[in-house]
Write a protein that binds this ligand. Structure first.
Ligand SMILES: [Zn+2]
Length: 411
């Protein structure tokens, strides 16, 4: 059952993550491979590509840079400007933009670029958020779609063939080995790795009255349109060593703002500040696979030698997968109000997507929660029982949920 990588703390329940004979996960191995990469060679490869795509008479943009306003896209824009390019920044608006996210997006223009922000119809978006949460347990699904469709649409319309994304998530987070080194992004990539969870945009037609015209921002351009402009893409992270912490430091020195404290459910103060739905999105990842944003964060720090595995485990135990009662200090009721959903109904959807093999259940098979609604990951519950913290642990569970009856405690 639930096994953690022997080097980082990623569980084997993570989709597309593989463990080798030494119990090391494919994401750790992929990171190890970065140490033998000839970065100077990659850099000159990048410069060759850029010079091919640069607007010859400077009457058009040299490339498109999809930006959310986060630390990574701020860093991307800074790097691209340093390389002498004239980029068009393109934003696919997040589902529920936070105030700090808005300030950071505005800051991108202060860097000295033109920016197009595509802001889809909020009524359509709310329907899609609700449908995706109910059907595939991912409120952020529409955003995952537009991150890919909108920059490609703008590339087609503005006839700017090169799109420069930041990081190939397959490299940093692991994934099928064949994909880890493919720097170009095409429609097939979107379908395979876009994280669309088997739900297609066309599946939404007719649901809650959604029509074809509502789905324009979510529709990938035709192959003909893509070919006529020659739209292609690359990941800057393939050519330049990529590190979120470094990017945050650079971005902060160019007017970008972190959050004043560690973000709910996370282990850092500089990620996922642009969308109030991130907390819900990450909580569902925890319910389905037993790990949340804090695990992602500490694993990256372990691989970069900044955190011990022991300290990482403690951070994960304390912070990961907490019920998202607030996000960026905004209460859940208010966040759910945007999709016209009550907290009780939200909790029912949570239960439907919870993998009961990963969390503590009572003898009747009901999930055990602490007073704040948090679940107990089985490995931590066992550890707490073993190291004498059992009394504290069970006293934090309300009697009606888990009777304090020694015979009925798990062994
Ligand atoms: Zn690992």
């Amino acid at each position: 059952m639930f096994k953690l990588c022997s080097r980082c703390v990623m569980p084997d329940t993570k989709p597309d993550l593989y463990f080798d004979a030494e119990g090391v996960c494919s994401a750790c191995r992929a990171y190890e491979n970065r140490k033998v990469v000839d970065w100077a060679a990659r850099r000159s490869e990048l410069e060759n590509i850029l010079s091919r795509y640069r607007s010859k008479d400077r009457t058009n943009y040299d490339c498109i840079v999809p930006v959310s306003g986060g630390k990574d896209s701020t860093y991307q824009v800074i790097k691209i400007l340093q390389m002498g390019l004239n980029p068009l920044a393109v934003t696919a608006a997040t589902c529920a933009m936070s105030d700090v996210g808005r300030r950071n997006l505005d800051n991108i223009r202060n860097l000295g670029v033109d920016l197009i922000e595509v802001r889809p119809n909020v009524h359509v978006r709310a329907k899609m958020n609700r449908i995706a949460l109910q059907q595939v347990g991912d409120i952020s699904w529409p955003e995952h779609v537009t991150i890919f469709t909108i920059p490609v649409q703008v590339a087609v319309r503005y006839k700017v063939p090169l799109i420069i994304w930041g990081e190939n998530s397959q490299n940093e987070y692991g994934g099928p080995a064949a994909a880890a080194d493919r720097p170009y992004l095409d429609r097939r990539w979107l379908e395979e790795f876009g994280g669309l969870l088997g739900l297609r945009v066309s599946d939404l037609m007719g649901l809650e009255g959604l029509e074809k015209k509502d789905l324009i921002p979510y529709t990938y351009p035709s192959d003909d349109e893509v070919h006529s402009v020659g739209v292609t893409g690359l990941f800057l992270g393939h050519y330049i060593p990529w590190d979120g912490f470094t990017n945050a430091v650079v971005a902060q020195n160019h007017g970008w703002e972190a959050w004043p404290k560690i973000v709910e459910g996370a282990a850092l103060d500089y990620e996922n500040l642009d969308n109030l739905y991130h907390g819900i999105h990450d909580y569902f990842k925890f319910l389905k696979f037993g790990f949340g944003r804090a695990t992602d964060h500490v694993c990256m720090q372990i691989r970069r030698g900044r955190l011990s595995r022991e300290d990482a485990l403690e951070i994960v135990r304390v912070r990961d997968g907490k019920f998202p009662g607030t996000y960026l200090d905004i209460p859940l009721e208010k966040i759910l109000g945007r999709i016209d959903m009550r907290v009780e109904d939200f909790q029912k959807i949570c239960d439907r997507f919870t993998n009961k093999k990963i969390f503590l259940t009572d003898p009747k098979g009901n999930l055990v929660r602490d007073p704040k609604g948090n679940l107990f990951r089985l490995d931590f519950a066992r550890q707490m029982t073993a190291d004498g913290r059992q009394a504290d642990f069970f006293s934090s569970v309300p009697r009606e949920v888990y009777p304090l009856d020694s015979e009925r405690r798990p062994s």
